[in-house]
Design a protein around this ligand. Structure first.
Ligand code: PHE
Ligand code: ZN
Length: 849
């Protein structure tokens, strides 16, 4: 079952497959350890492909027999697949293989989760099911027959025959094998329906294990909202008679967009007010939308090869963000996305794992489902839309769907529709897809006789992927304010294309205060020699909600950096500014809650290393603690009013209005707990009738070193709910003080409920440790060692999840020599593990480089 030596694959080596497929017929005879898969595939020569040997991918398969046009054959079999001579024209391939889904712990291919059969084929899992050209540019129409003693048997497309023990599904839309799916088990459906704009009635089912029926309503309503939105905004209708979603407990990622049969990590779909937080509800809504939107951006139009992954992921993330912004609050969504970008994508792009949005080589494609491909990929589309304007964007997308439906295409094809609609030359813009690294944008200003000039300079730090980065096209949204805070220039998009470029504004009565990079118009790091007076001014007056928040965030970063490195006192301009914002009832509570949130400790670490400082995790932690204390003191008089005004007394709804109030209430409660030793939080915990408040109150208690009793009671109350117990594991680690985080994590790995083969539980535990910045970076290296122990243990079981968690080490070069040595030793220890998977080998090699 071991991977062979990793091989590097290059974009430039792309060659089409030598055959086209007219039809695929699969028969599954399900059995726990010996499932039989019979395939019947009609091949025909591909006129556009060079001559080549016939090769089908296949991994961990036992070939029982194979035939070409009815004649038995003996193919050449290797670890990666098989080859054999084939007739010159069309032919029928038939094979029977045996697989063992029960021992498939990697959760790729066909596997069993809690007695339920399910599949995960993206990116290259189909080759663990049968021999096939397992590449996205081979699209085919599938018919799937399933035999097994299960009440529910599902596959892609529309059902033809369905009953216990036997089902036939037919998917009329040609698709690549990575979108294949099969589910079998004892499942129950939460059902509903949707009428498309053209009047087709679609049956909707959310399939769950018996007992989870009560957690389906929200996911179903989110699906219907997403279907309607895609019709209204993108003119995209659903194209089958049924749409099925299945929840599974063991899943490496969030969810998967298989045609007509989306498979979800149960954490990304199951929700109820008692067991899920507002944040869970919002995440579920966006993931359901994301997977649904893939039906057009990903499935109907797919990727030619895996280098083009951002073609479907960047666009689909962009679409799901538009959806959330539309149905909730646009500024709150934008701010949350930028926080996420800075926490996950900036560190990736700033270290050894940095790669372009469209990489040009890889060893293991599973390692490229990254924040850069997804989130920076979405930012690039946002920039394109900003540059061409909303109506050209809409026209380009219309053309995109019309021109490429049913095809497997590239980023060049995507950009071509924008070039055709706008007659712009996008050659330089394309660097966003080919260059790695986060551009730094610095700005200087001059003012004289009514004329104001902003001069920008862009610089991208060179990295291994892009040793000599060239200037990129950067849309910079700018507005100008006068000293009273009135806008003297409304937001304009400046289009920067040079390394250094000036923009002049005439006719100004006085020197303006600039508001730069409004709405975070480009994924860059703005380096501005501004001062805290100007930041405080913008925090009070900026008319752009993003930049107003950003001014507060920048003030917080500055003061925390000074506190951590120079022992300074908290900046009163920050404390005063935050108080004014907090008291401003005209501002959305969700927005005010975001204002109260401090920069993450890893964000501060990146900020410091960007300034040539070596971040000290313990000092950063202490600075954050004392700033929180100072905020609590500062707001002592205001907190009771805010708490009172934002308590939700109506019946729980996970909508934007209520969840905004609960977010502000929770943020105020955390500060209050520092003043009253957690007594209000304890009261709220005892009364809580929803998970947002229950978990929020518990978090406040743990943060002030209280809550031991509540923690025990929480476990007793929820021990039978897997998703809630994941929260119980994670919260204790997240809230542990740096000196205790490793011990708490270690103790939890010995808990009887630490089912480490379940990716959610593993992430709730070891993932939570890596999120506790100062705890993970404990000076004695115990955090590194504990993580490495578990990565080594998980690798043979589930290389994909192991490889993803190696990213915790990607920032190692920014820390002091002692920590670098400690991390380096753990990286070496992992690398030296016998039979290490190809996935982890690639990650460790890149991190060490
Ligand atoms: N394609 C999935 C998504 O973005 C993510 C995924 C990738 C899931 C690989 C499983 C495996 O929605
Ligand atoms: Zn996706």
């Amino acid at each position: 079952m071991k991977d062979s030596t990793p091989q590097t694959i290059f974009l430039s080596d792309y060659t089409p497959f030598g055959w086209l497929i007219d039809s695929v017929h699969l028969t599954f005879d399900l059995a726990a350890h010996a499932t039989r898969v019979i395939s019947r595939i009609a091949f025909r020569p591909n006129p556009d492909a060079p001559a080549q040997q016939f090769f089908l991918h296949g991994k961990d398969l036992t070939l029982i027999n194979a035939r070409i046009d009815g004649q038995d054959i003996q193919p050449d079999i290797s670890d990666e697949g098989l080859s054999c001579p084939v007739p010159e024209g069309s032919f029928i391939w038939e094979a029977e293989v045996e697989i063992d889904p029960t021992n498939n712990t990697a959760l790729e291919g066909l596997y069993v989760s809690n007695g339920m059969y399910c599949t995960q084929c993206e990116a290259e899992g189909f080759r663990k099911i049968t021999y096939y050209p397992d590449r996205p540019d081979v699209m085919a129409v599938f018919t799937v027959e399933i035999k097994g003693p299960h009440p529910v048997l599902l596959s892609n497309g529309n059902p033809q025959t369905v009953g216990t023990g036997h089902a036939i599904w037919h998917d009329p839309w040609p698709k690549p094998s990575y979108l294949f799916a099969l589910v079998a088990g004892d499942l129950v459906a939460h059902s509903d329906w949707f009428m498309t704009a053209s009047g087709n009635k679609v049956d909707l089912n959310l399939w769950v294990r018996p007992g989870d029926e009560g957690k389906c309503a929200f996911g179903m309503s989110a699906l219907k909202r997403a279907m309607q939105w895609d019709e209204q905004v993108y003119g995209r209708e659903y194209d089958l008679d049924v749409f099925n979603i299945v929840a599974v407990d063991d899943f490496n990622m969030g969810a998967m967009e298989n045609k007509g049969l989306n498979i979800f990590n149960s954490s990304a779909v199951l929700a109820s007010p008692e067991t899920s937080t507002d944040a869970n509800f919002e995440r579920i809504e966006s993931i359901i939308a994301h997977e649904y939107f893939h039906n057009w951006t990903g499935n109907r139009i797919t990727c030619r090869d895996w280098f083009q992954l951002c073609l479907k992921e960047g666009l689909t993330v962009f679409r799901d963000a538009q959806f959330t912004a539309d149905i909730r609050s646009a500024p709150v969504k934008r701010i949350s996305d930028v926080i996420d970008l800075r926490t996950r994508q900036f560190p990736e792009d700033d270290g050894p794992l940095s790669h372009p949005v469209r990489p040009e080589s890889f060893q293991e494609i599973n390692n490229f489902y990254t924040a850069t491909v997804y989130e920076k990929g979405a930012e690039v589309i946002g920039m394109l839309k900003r540059l061409v304007g909303d109506s050209a964007y809409a026209e380009a997308l219309e053309l995109y769907f019309a021109r490429y439906d049913g095809q497997a295409i590239t980023i060049e094809d995507w950009l071509a529709v924008f070039e055709d609609i706008t007659e712009r030359d996008l050659t330089q813009f394309k660097r966003w897809y080919s260059q790695a690294g986060t551009p730094r944008l610095s700005v200087k200003e001059t003012y004289g006789s009514g004329s104001y000039t902003l001069t920008f300079t862009q610089h991208t730090p060179p990295g291994s992927y892009s040793p000599d980065p060239q200037p990129q096209v950067i849309p910079i949204d700018v507005g100008l304010l006068n000293a009273n805070g009135d806008e003297v220039l409304e937001t304009q998009t400046l289009e920067m294309t040079e390394a250094t470029q000036s923009f002049t504004f005439e006719g100004l009565a006085s020197r303006p205060i600039p508001s730069i990079l409004r709405d975070f118009s480009a994924p860059v790091i703005l380096e501005r020699d501004s001062n805290n007076d100007e930041r405080a001014f913008l925090l009070a007056h900026d008319t752009d909600p993003f930049n107003r928040w950003e001014a507060g965030r920048a003030l917080a970063r500055e003061t925390l950096c000074a506190m951590a490195t120079k022992g300074s006192a908290p900046d009163t301009r920050y404390l005063d500014g935050i108080r004014s914002v907090l008291r401003d009832k005209a501002l959305d509570p969700a927005y005010r809650a975001l204002m109260l949130e401090l920069p993450t400790q890893s964000e501060l670490a990146l900020f410091m290393s960007d300034r040539g400082l070596t971040p000290d995790p313990a000092a950063i932690y202490d600075a954050v603690q004392s700033l929180k204390q100072a905020m609590a003191e500062q707001l002592r008089e205001n907190l009771p009013t805010i708490l009172d005004a934002n308590i939700v007394r109506q019946e729980y709804k996970p909508d934007a209005v209520q969840s905004g109030k609960r977010a502000l209430y929770g943020a105020a409660l955390a500060l209050m707990s520092r003043l009253d030793d957690g007594s209000l939080a304890a009261m709220q915990y005892a009364q809580a009738d929803n998970m947002t408040l229950q978990l929020g109150a518990l978090s406040c208690l743990l943060e002030v070193d209280k809550g031991a009793l509540e923690l025990g009671a929480f476990y007793d109350q929820w021990q039978d709910d897997r998703l809630v117990i994941d929260k119980w594991f994670a919260l204790q680690i997240t809230r542990a003080t740096p000196d205790r985080a490793v011990a708490v994590t270690r103790a939890l790995t010995k808990h009887p409920d630490f089912n480490w083969k379940n990716p959610n539980r593993f992430r709730a535990t070891l993932g939570a440790l890596t999120g506790n910045h100062a705890g993970f970076h404990a000076a004695d290296g115990s955090g590194y060692e504990l993580l490495a122990d578990w990565l080594i243990r998980l690798d043979p079981v589930n290389p994909q999840t192991t490889a993803r968690m190696c990213t915790a080490f990607q920032t190692w070069r920014r820390y002091d020599a002692s920590r670098q040595a400690l991390i380096g030793a753990q990286l070496d220890r992992i690398a030296a593990t016998p039979d290490l998977s190809g996935d982890v080998t690639e990650m460790i090699t890149r991190i060490k480089a």
